[in-house]
Design a protein around this ligand. Structure first.
Ligand SMILES: [Zn+2]
Length: 258
């Protein structure tokens, strides 16, 4: 089974019934999670009820991407004491944030920290973290196995590094925050859905899934705007949506495309 499941699709803070950024990757029994924003941990536990996972990747220290890592810490620290440390790939600021919530405990009792950006062998994957522009250090992530690439932007402003990150990816998951006034900001740290489509096309990605929708935004409008630039069907992340990785067909299993 090679697939990715959306745990959360909101940027900033969650909408009712939804969660912030998070994606569960299953690859022939190996379990990796990309980001753990608000309200993703219960969804992760619904997806993997035994709570076992092999690696965690967090793109940056903003809480809509990492705050449920704290819940995961407590689950392992108090619920599974003495277990093996969990490999955690993230910019160092992520653990600094969490340590503010647990000042009396060494978080590295639970997490085996590997800093991003950087390159690693992680289970079946070659993992590459690339620095992308954001308000804080942010690492876009590319995981590759058997010639199949899954790429994920975290949060980012427009940058040619996105074309490198998503180069020939089977699936490129790109934030489409579409925050008001974004394109007129002097320094760009987030994307529009139009830009997400543009950079996914420049990357040569096979499939594009938008995520990190600002609460209240019309996701249909975002998908339409991205499709104009991407040139083919675009998916919207949706809590619980599962996509098979590396399928020979169009591979789109979302409700929109049937
Ligand atoms: Zn965010």
């Amino acid at each position: 089974m090679r697939q990715v499941t959306v745990l959360g699709s909101c940027g900033g803070f969650p909408e009712p019934g939804r969660a912030c950024s998070g994606f569960a990757v299953d690859w022939d029994g190996y379990r990796l999670v990309l980001d753990l924003g608000y309200a993703t941990l219960p969804r992760l536990l619904r997806h993997w009820p035994d709570g076992v996972l092999d690696a965690v990747v967090v793109t940056h220290e903003h809480p809509d991407h990492c705050v449920d890592l704290h819940g995961l810490f407590r689950m392992r620290f108090y619920g599974q004491p003495g277990g093996p440390r969990l490999p955690l790939f993230c910019p160092p600021g992520v653990l600094d944030r969490l340590s503010g919530l647990e000042p009396d405990v060494d978080l590295q009792a639970v997490f085996d920290l590997h800093p991003l950006p950087g390159g690693y062998r992680v289970g079946p994957f070659d993992l590459t973290g690339l620095s992308l522009p954001h308000f804080v250090p942010n690492a876009g992530v590319r995981i590759a196995a058997d010639g199949i690439v899954l790429a994920y932007s975290g949060d980012t402003g427009p940058t040619p590094a996105l074309a490198e990150l998503g180069r020939d990816a089977d699936l490129f998951i790109v934030e489409a925050t579409d925050r008001d006034g974004e394109t007129s900001r002097p320094t760009r740290n987030l994307l529009t859905s139009t830009e997400a489509g543009r950079w996914a096309r420049r990357a040569g990605a096979r499939r594009l899934m938008l995520t990190h929708f600002w609460p209240g935004n019309d996701r249909e409008v975002a998908v339409s705007a991205a499709q104009v630039e991407f040139g083919s069907a675009v998916m919207a992340a949706e809590e619980g949506l599962t996509l098979t990785l590396g399928t020979p067909d169009s591979g789109c299993a979302c409700r929109r495309c049937g």
